[in-house]
Design a protein around this ligand. Structure first.
Ligand code: FES
Length: 507
């Protein structure tokens, strides 16, 4: 059967394989449609429109779509299966360029024949960040970021693990390897001295093609979290210059190389004073300790602080609303690179919540003022309509901030110190350098006592990969951190559940 796909880029005809949903066929053909639930028929974001032919209305269509939408031919792509040739219209997700912390993407570098260029890579669940490092002079020459293309298999690691376990491991592996290869090729380097990769444990497993079955079930054993030494040929073929590749070590399934990388780059392998590192990514990983003893944990915070699971949420892309002030009951916004608003990124979500609270448009239980209860609070106008912040979005934030606060305070207690005893707090992750600490504290994301101790470090995982290229003993330090680290499991912890419920409220 043939599926004709109309998008803003024109028309493309796809031959459908037996048993493939429309969403799967689109993904296989590199037509990416937003699908945060990974094709489970829950999120309702993978809408397509039937233009010609038939597509039976499914149970999920009836549950999620309105009668009018169904009559207009709208269907959920992940639930749609062809019974005859058809033509559909899709709204393709842009291959967004992600705004990097350290510097904007520059023109291709003028390559100095004598220089040695290494590539530092951070593979996040949501975004991928890369830097070209002049290894001899220890300077960053160029940087580039994109949204992770695996997101068409779901927004979080759990959906990616499920997709791998359902037989798509090779596809996910090839998706990430192809994306990394294409990103590396953009730099047009004549030679590469080395590539260092930092990523969470699931992303590392998928990159290596390791089976993911054990990652998703108790006792959540990883196949391998040790340092991996391989080469570019094995991972990316021969279309980039040959070089050695090192994949940094992790600690457990939930606390991966990205955190180890962050710990070393924040000096945990040398400090004698108790420090805390919190990564505000999807998995809410965090650690407390000194060079002698480190306790790590993770609190599934969800992707809200990366703009995920938020009705008008988006990644840190040009046009993302990153800062919000409410004046006279109306939102005044600033966007990344001052582009027209496209949605709310993590820092925008956080600032908006704090502003709604201080303007008493949300009460301490998280209930939105009744004027906005049905339609949501209007934030800005985008070219696709109004950007609104809904009651459901506020619930997402409450769950995320409570998970982070509860995990951070319980981790500190279990380490055997008081909140006040912590010397330094490093805040890493999707917020980049834009997080407003006062507002983060105002919504109850972190303890007040840490206000003066917080340093925002942006993408600490990428920073670690960068250091792995220029410091000979970086891997030794990373392995030393792994050696002294122990894991605090919160999933079945009664104290955590109690704290989590308590901290859902705003003060
Ligand atoms: S409903 Fe979520 S991907 Fe289809």
């Amino acid at each position: 059967m043939k599926l004709t796909v109309i998008s803003k880029d024109g028309q493309q005809v796809i031959s459908m394989r037996e048993g493939l949903s429309v969403l799967q066929a689109l993904t296989e053909n590199k037509i990416y449609v937003t699908s945060p639930c990974g094709g489970k028929g829950i999120c309702g974001k993978c809408k397509i429109r039937l233009v010609k032919g038939t597509l039976p209305v499914t149970e999920a269509d009836r549950r999620i779509l309105t009668k009018e939408q169904i009559e207009q031919g709208i269907r959920l792509g992940c639930r749609a299966y062809l019974t005859e040739d058809a033509t559909i219209e899709v709204e393709k997700e842009e291959e967004f360029q992600v705004v990097m912390n350290a510097m904007e993407v520059s023109e291709n570098i003028k390559q100095n024949e004598d220089a040695q260029y290494g590539i530092a890579i951070d593979i996040g669940t949501t975004t991928i960040a890369m830097e070209v490092v002049d290894v001899k002079n220890k300077v960053i020459q160029n940087s580039y970021g994109e949204l992770n293309r695996q997101r068409s298999y779901g927004a979080d690691v759990i959906s990616r693990i499920s997709a791998c376990n359902a037989g798509d491991l090779e596809k996910l592996r090839d998706t990430i390897r192809n994306q990394l290869r294409e990103m590396i090729q953009r730099f047009e380097l004549h030679s590469i001295s080395k590539i260092a990769i930092s990523a969470n444990t699931t992303m590392c497993h998928i990159l290596m093609g390791y089976p993911c079955e054990t990652l998703g079930v108790y006792p959540f054993e990883p196949v391998n979290v040790n340092t991996i030494r391989t080469n570019s040929q094995d991972l990316f073929g021969d279309s980039i210059p040959f070089c050695q590749v090192v994949i940094l070590p992790g600690i457990s399934t939930f606390v991966g190389a990205d955190i180890v990388s962050g710990l070393v780059s924040c000096g945990f392998s040398e400090t004698e004073k108790v420090s805390v590192l919190i990564d505000l990514g999807t998995n809410g990983e965090m650690a407390i300790g000194t060079k002698n003893q480190i306790l790590v944990t993770s609190a599934a915070a969800g992707p809200a602080f990366e703009g995920g699971n938020i009705s008008c949420g988006t990644g840190s892309i040009p046009g993302a609303i990153s800062s919000v002030e409410i004046q006279y009951g109306m939102a005044k916004v600033r966007t990344i690179q001052d582009k027209d608003p496209v949605g709310l990124c993590g820092s925008g979500v956080l600032e908006l919540t704090a502003e709604l609270l201080s303007n008493e448009l949300i009460d301490e239980t998280g209930a939105l003022d009744e004027r906005y209860f049905e339609e949501g609070f209007p934030v800005a106008l985008s070219n696709k309509g109004e950007v609104v912040f809904t009651q459901r979005d506020i619930r997402e934030i409450q769950m995320a901030k409570s998970a982070v606060y509860s995990a951070a305070t319980l981790m500190t207690r279990r380490y055997g110190v008081k909140i006040d005893d912590v010397d330094k707090v490093y805040l890493a992750g999707g917020f980049g350098f834009h997080v407003n600490i006062e507002k983060a504290i105002a919504i109850g994301l972190l303890p007040k006592q840490w206000k003066e101790k917080i340093t925002v470090v942006g993408n600490a995982s990428l920073r670690g990969a960068e250091l792995a290229l220029v410091e000979d003993d970086f891997i030794r330090k990373a392995e030393a951190v792994v050696e002294v680290a122990s894991v605090l499991a919160l999933a079945n912890d009664k104290d955590f559940s109690e704290l989590y419920t308590e901290n859902m409220f705003f003060e």
